[in-house]
Write a protein that binds this ligand. Structure first.
Ligand code: PLP
Length: 371
């Protein structure tokens, strides 16, 4: 008997599913003669803003750029300090550094996200911090009341990193709705994934949206009128058209499947040594299915890999320990929880095209490695 291989993502199955819609989208763009920042991008922006439940969406080239542009839109730049989480994709830190600001990494809590009570203490101790970039990691929504409390008490800008949280909600609100601006990623593995790179700036503020539109296009306001030093961070018509025709219409179904798979894992892992890392409230978007393994996590990772399971690690190192982060920021305290999860977290396969048999194969492998 061969080993069942369960991939972390399956873009071939995705293509089988979306092929017709995606090809029609390509044909539409080809026939339109307009390839960058046209009607497809504008249409996607309107449809995504409606789906997300925020007034404005601005398509950009990546999630990294969406955070970078978001920070610039709220006036963060050289000399400013920005509080963020040490356990995230390095892009979160990179965006802060790219605008010339200094990251301040504060510890997380047991859900994997920034510990917002601890964050309040750090903000109280350091009035030079001008913004907070929390991450709704794994798709688990942070507490919107605590987030808005930080803004009210410390007069900081809030730029929410929603790269993993498309579809998450808490207290009736989508993630990204508390901050002045939020950012998401359209990277292929994300809940709403393009067939390449892309990102979106989300905001309720019309002026912020206008500034993001300018910043993504060299800082132009009118044609050839450059009001500030912008980027080239434009979203292609092709990606926007495919997202509109093939991905956005499937998103609710995909989220439902992610939640179904997560519920099955929750049930099956009870009482095992793989402890699911849960949200503290609301509905997670289940971008990832993280578990904490106390005893020999690296061995468990390898044994699952050997069993054909596409297990991942999000993330094995805290951002402040990365070689590229040397000398660029401040870690507050020893970041004990972040370091613990960095050492012990494993991500089980979760994507909308997993079959029930594959889910059971993952569960069997998780049980087998306990023996
Ligand atoms: C939490 C988080 N922030 C930012 C990013 C950056 O997004 P992108 O890869 O589209 O630049 C990602 C995706 O990798 C992410 O997971």
């Amino acid at each position: 008997m061969g080993i069942t291989t369960v991939a972390a993502n399956d873009f071939v199955r995705q293509w089988d599913d979306v092929r017709e819609d995606a090809l029609a989208a390509v044909d539409r763009v080809g026939g339109s003669g307009w390839l960058v920042l046209g009607d497809e991008v504008a249409g996607l922006e309107t449809e995504l803003a409606n789906w997300w439940g925020v007034p404005h969406a601005v398509g950009v080239a990546s999630g990294l750029d969406a955070i970078t542009i978001g920070l610039r839109c709220v006036g963060i730049g050289p000399g400013d300090r920005v509080l963020t989480t040490p356990l995230t994709a390095f892009a979160t830190t990179l965006a802060i550094v790219q605008v010339g600001a200094e990251p301040v990494w504060s510890d997380i809590d047991e859900t994997g996200g920034l510990d917002l009570e601890r964050a309040a203490e750090v903000l109280g101790d350091d009035p030079s911090i001008r913004a907070v970039v929390p991450v709704h990691l794994y798709g688990h929504p942070l507490d919107p009341e605590l987030l808005s409390g930080l803004v009210a008490e410390f007069d900081v800008a809030l730029v929410e990193d929603c790269a993993q949280s498309a579809g998450a909600e808490r207290e009736g609100m989508p993630t990204g709705a508390v901050g002045t601006v939020a950012a998401t990623s359209l990277y292929p593995t994300k809940n709403l994934g393009a067939m390449g790179d892309g990102g979106v700036v989300l905001t309720a503020d019309e002026e912020v949206a206008a500034r993001a539109r300018s910043l993504r296009d060299y800082g132009q306001q009118g044609r050839y009128e450059h009001v500030e030093l912008g980027l080239n961070s434009r979203l292609d018509e092709l990606q926007a058209a495919i997202l509109r025709s093939a991905q956005l219409p499937r998103l609710e179904r995909h989220l439902a499947r992610r939640r179904e798979v997560a519920a099955r894992y929750d049930e099956a892992l009870r009482g095992t040594s793989l402890r699911p890392i849960e949200t503290a409230g609301g509905r997670s978007a289940r971008h990832l299915y993280p578990v904490e393994v106390e005893d020999d996590p690296v061995g468990a990772f390898q044994r699952l890999r050997d069993a054909g399971i596409g297990v991942g690690r999000h993330y094995p190192f805290v951002c402040s320990d990365q070689p590229a982060a040397g000398g660029i920021g401040v870690a507050v305290g020893d970041l004990a929880v972040a370091r613990r999860l960095a050492a012990r977290e494993l991500s089980l396969p979760i994507h909308p095209y997993l079959t029930d048999d594959e889910v059971e194969a993952v569960i069997t492998a998780c049980r087998d490695i306990q023996r």
